[in-house]
Design a protein around this ligand. Structure first.
Ligand SMILES: [Zn+2]
Length: 90
């Protein structure tokens, strides 16, 4: 068992994770068919860590965005709230 494999922030399945935005964000490509590809800021990773309900809701948004060939971007806004918006895949 490869214990070094990175895990999806939202569902803990094995995922491939690439640092983007000079390491401030991560692009996650999750292996779970009920999850998917999304981008999340480091701050948002910490913010959702102890919020299972929020993670489940975001996962559903990821699936929805991917179905439309979009990628969900999850960030923490100026008010300190988690904000998710989808944008066209590059
Ligand atoms: Zn996942």
């Amino acid at each position: 068992m490869d214990t070094t494999a990175p895990l999806c922030v939202l569902c803990d399945h094995p995922a491939s994770i690439i640092d983007t935005d000079r390491g401030n964000r991560r692009y996650v490509a999750c292996s779970n068919s009920l999850c998917g590809d999304y981008e999340i800021s480091r701050r948002a990773v910490a913010e959702v860590a102890d919020q299972p309900h929020r993670k489940a809701a975001l996962k559903a948004q990821v699936v929805c965005a991917n179905m439309q060939s979009m990628v969900l971007e999850i960030v923490v806004n100026a008010a300190g709230e988690i904000e998710a918006s989808s944008s066209k895949r590059e």
